[in-house]
Ligand binder design. Structure first.
Ligand code: PEP
Ligand code: MN
Length: 267
C-alpha cells in the first residue's frame, strides 16, 4: 500500500466556514436526520440556533439501507435548507450521495457531507476533491484509520484541502447500540493527521439516553466538534426517529457541554 502523503501536514488545519473556525473552537452541527417540510426544518433550525449550534444539518439526499425507505426530498430539500439558512443565518451541512448531484448540492450547501456508506466511493471522493467547499468525510462502518485517511487523500489529491473527519461509529459484535462509537479514534486522528475531527454520537449509538454522555466524552477526548440529530418533533420523524433529540434535550445538552468546556479552559 502506498504511503499517505497529504493527510499529515505539520500545521493543524483550521477551516473557516462563514467565519466559524473549525479546528480552533468546539463547533456543534445540529439538525434533523432528514429535511421533511418547511415548518419542520425552520422550527428545528431556530431551536438549535437558540441553543447555541453553529451549523445546521439536514439530509436532502438520503442514503438508506432499504430502497423502499424515504430517500429524501432532493432539490426541494435543498431549497428548504436555504429557507432555514435565511431565517437563522446558520450555514448548511448536507449530504451528497451521487457524483451527478455535486454541483447542485454545492449551490445550497456550505459544507458537503460524504456519508459512511460512501467513504469508499472513490469517484464521489474525487468529485468533491474538485470543489471549493469544505467536506465532512464520515468514517466507513468497517474502515480502519488508515483506510479512512486514504479516502481523505483522494479528496486532498484532487486539490481540495478542506476536509473534516467525522467518527460515527463502527460495526462490532455489540447489538445494544446501533454502532460502536470509537472515541479512541479521536486522539488517534490527532496524532496521525492535521485534519479536524468531529464526532456524531447520534448515529454512533442510535439511542437517546446514550447520546448526551457520548457527546461529553467526545469533547473530553479532544474532538473539534459534534454532529447531533435534533428534530422539533422526533416522534413524527420520517427517518431515525429513535435517535433525534428534542429541542429541550438539546438545550440541556448544550448547557452541559459548555460547563464541561469551562473545566478545560480553566485547567
Ligand atoms: C447522516 O448523517 O445523515 C447519515 C446518514 O449518517 P451515516 O453516513 O454516518 O450513516
Ligand atoms: Mn440519521
Amino acid at each position: 500500500m502506498d504511503k499517505l502523503k497529504l493527510t499529515s501536514q505539520l500545521k493543524r488545519l483550521i477551516i473557516d466556514v462563514n467565519g466559524i473556525k473549525i479546528g480552533e473552537n468546539l463547533i456543534v452541527i445540529a439538525g434533523p436526520c432528514s429535511v421533511e417540510n418547511e415548518k419542520q426544518i425552520v422550527e428545528t433550525a431556530i431551536a438549535v440556533k437558540q441553543a447555541g449550534a453553529h451549523l445546521l444539518r439536514g439530509g436532502a439526499f438520503k442514503p438508506r439501507t432499504s430502497p423502499y425507505s424515504f430517500q429524501g426530498l432532493g432539490l426541494n430539500g435543498l431549497k428548504l435548507l436555504e429557507t432555514a439558512k435565511k431565517e437563522t443565518g446558520l450555514p448548511i451541512v448536507t449530504e451528497v450521495v451521487d457524483t451527478r448531484d455535486v454541483d447542485t448540492v454545492c449551490k445550497y450547501a456550505d459544507v458537503l457531507q460524504i456519508g459512511s456508506r460512501n467513504m469508499e466511493n472513490y469517484s464521489l471522493l474525487k468529485e468533491v476533491g474538485r470543489i471549493k467547499k469544505t467536506v465532512i468525510l464520515k468514517r466507513g462502518k468497517q474502515a480502519t484509520l488508515f483506510e479512512w485517511l486514504n479516502s481523505a487523500e483522494y479528496i486532498l489529491a484532487e486539490g481540495n484541502p478542506q476536509v473534516i473527519l467525522c467518527e460515527r461509529g463502527i460495526r462490532t459484535f455489540e447489538t445494544y447500540t446501533r454502532n460502536t462509537l470509537d472515541l479512541s479514534i479521536v486522539p488517534a486522528v490527532k496524532e496521525s493527521t492535521h485534519l479536524p475531527i468531529i464526532v456524531d454520537p447520534s448515529h454512533g449509538v442510535g439511542k437517546l439516553s446514550l447520546i448526551p454522555p457520548m457527546c461529553l466524552a467526545a469533547v473530553a477526548a479532544g474532538a473539534d466538534g459534534l454532529m447531533i440529530e435534533v428534530h422539533c418533533d422526533p416522534s413524527s420523524a420520517v427517518s431515525d426517529k429513535d435517535q433525534q433529540l428534542t429541542p429541550k434535550m438539546f438545550r440541556n445538552l448544550m448547557d452541559r457541554i459548555r460547563r464541561l468546556q469551562t473545566v478545560f479552559l480553566n485547567g
